[in-house]
Design a protein around this ligand. Structure first.
Ligand SMILES: Cc1cc2nc3c(=O)[nH]c(=O)nc-3n(C[C@H](O)[C@H](O)[C@H](O)COP(=O)(O)OP(=O)(O)OC[C@H]3O[C@@H](n4cnc5c(N)ncnc54)[C@H](O)[C@@H]3O)c2cc1C
Length: 449
């Protein structure tokens, strides 16, 4: 059996492993346009910062028995009828035939159509997507000079911190009115804004970058009508899915990407798709959803690889469980935030609880804030967000599991959590939030009778 893996990203890495585990005799053919095997993109901002010492540390080799690798080969066409793909290598096209095909084509940085943005790309304007743009960006980063970061999502904020640690004056421009707007609510984002301020990073919310000036390098930018001298611009304004090849080949592409079923099959049953380029179902309500995070790609990769090799596995849907470290603060979230919950038609109520990472008498205790969003109809958890110097991701992993298990307020009150004063409080912030929510839910139920 010939299985082609088109794209070796976070999803492809696990798809290949699953193929070989399920069917060691399958011929696995990997085709990717980059000139190295694997990248850990999540490490890029930390390599710019210097916590990860070198960009070489985020690049890895990929070895599996009996595989053919075609690196520096760009897939330019799919031909589902004749079960073959066309790849381009140094100007030469050639075809490869498959029995099963797994598409792992990822996404590309979205560069808004701002005058100067494309013209000055790599001449002071940079994206944060691979080792080449990031190592150029790091070389360009000069202490005391000004950097503008466009977009206050996790990539933008992690990069802003990295540039600040490189001694730059950093301004983040965000069109919406809070930071991390897709992941957390504005009241939680305010906590993070205070920390960004402490780090000396200025955030301009509700602002627009209108123009980038310069001839052979960036000289200045225009923000909300005002021109300011600038040395460097980082475009962290989102990503666009790499779906065009699939669309042209006649595969179904929805609002959020290449349409897949729970087996990660596309509209052609011999073609699977995984990762950033796909549309999946939301794990809570089964509605169309997308999740551009490595954690979704890896699980989808395992499912697609197993199924392509003759096995039977299912992807249960995405919750968008996410974590980031912004300076000294850990931010994590899962499920819908209030905005998406309302957009999806939920009538919600939410609670916010404050706790400590350790008892107040134990050295090193720090504040932890947890916000939980519930469905008013049945009291089920539909989202959670947590911010703390440490322990936020751990709490959110518990909440993600609780959402997957369909927990409501009452079940959340009964979650049993480990305690030791060196690592936690007896009455954890999760239990506190559940108790507040229980009282609130009782009142809601009484009022609705
Ligand atoms: C700076 C940064 C930080 C991030 N931090 C986190 C994080 O902390 N946590 C988290 O969960 N996620 C994070 N992400 C997101 C995560 O990296 C992606 O969601 C994940 O890599 C997606 O995996 P994928 O397999 O879909 O695609 P990718 O890993 O992007 O791989 C796609 C592959 O397809 C190849 N390709 C594309 N088009 C073609 C073509 N036409 N022909 C041949 N090959 C092609 C590319 O070369 C690439 O190797 C981060 C992303 C970035 C950029």
């Amino acid at each position: 059996m010939r299985i082609i893996l088109a794209g070796l990203g976070a999803g492809g890495l696990f798809a290949g492993i699953a193929v070989k585990k399920r069917n060691p005799k399958a011929k696995l053919i990997i085709v990717d346009k980059k000139d190295y095997d694997l990248l850990s993109p999540c490490g890029l901002p930390f390599a710019i910062e210097g916590i990860v010492p070198s960009f070489e540390d985020v690049v890895h080799e990929y070895h599996l028995p009996d595989i053919e690798k075609y690196m520096k080969h760009e897939v330019i066409k799919l031909d589902p009828k004749n079960k073959k793909i066309t790849a381009l290598h140094e100007g030469t096209k050639f075809d490869l035939e498959y029995d099963k095909l797994i598409l792992d084509l990822g996404s590309s940085p979205f560069i808004p159509p701002i005058p100067g943005a494309f013209e000055l790309l790599n001449k002071g304007v940079f994206t944060v997507s691979d080792i080449y743009d990031c190592s150029n960006l790091k070389k360009w980063a000069k202490p005391q000079q000004k950097a503008i970061v466009v977009g206050a999502g996790a990539i933008g904020l992690e990069t802003a911190v990295a540039l600040r640690h490189n001694g730059m004056e950093v301004v983040v421009i965000e069109m919406l009115d809070s930071v991390l707007p897709k992941a957390i609510d504005s009241d939680m984002a305010d906590i993070l804004s205070v920390h960004l301020d402490e780090l000396g990073i200025k955030v301009m919310k509700g602002s627009r970058l209108e123009k980038i000036n310069g001839e052979d390098k960036v000289k200045s930018v225009v923000i909300d009508g005002h021109e300011t001298d600038t040395h460097l611009v980082v475009m962290a304004s989102g990503v666009k899915q790499n779906c065009e090849i699939a669309r042209t080949a006649g595969l179904e592409v929805g609002r959020f990407g290449i349409v897949t079923n729970e087996r990660m099959q596309t509209s052609d049953p011999d073609i699977y798709a995984i990762g950033d380029c796909v549309q999946v179902k939301n794990a809570m309500d089964g509605k169309d959803w997308t999740m551009q995070l490595a954690v979704a790609a890896y699980r989808q990769g395992l499912v697609a690889g197993t199924n392509a090799a003759g096995g039977n596995d299912e992807y249960m849907g995405a919750l968008t469980t996410f974590a980031s470290k912004i300076g000294e603060i850990e931010v994590a979230a899962t499920g819908y935030n209030s905005h998406f919950a309302k957009e999806r038609g939920y009538d919600i109520f939410s609670v916010k609880a404050k706790g400590l990472t350790r008892p107040d008498w134990f050295p090193g205790a720090q504040e932890i804030v947890l916000k939980v969003i519930f469905n008013k109809k049945d009291g089920k958890i539909i989202g959670a967000q947590c911010i703390a110097p440490q322990g936020a991701a751990g709490r959110i992993n518990v909440m993600s599991t609780a959402i997957s298990a369909g927990f409501d307020v009452h079940r959340m009150q009964n979650i049993e959590l480990a305690y030791c004063p060196a690592v936690s409080e007896t009455y954890d912030v999760i239990n506190k939030a559940a108790d507040i929510a229980s009282k609130k839910f009782e009142l809601i139920k009484k009022r609705s009778v």
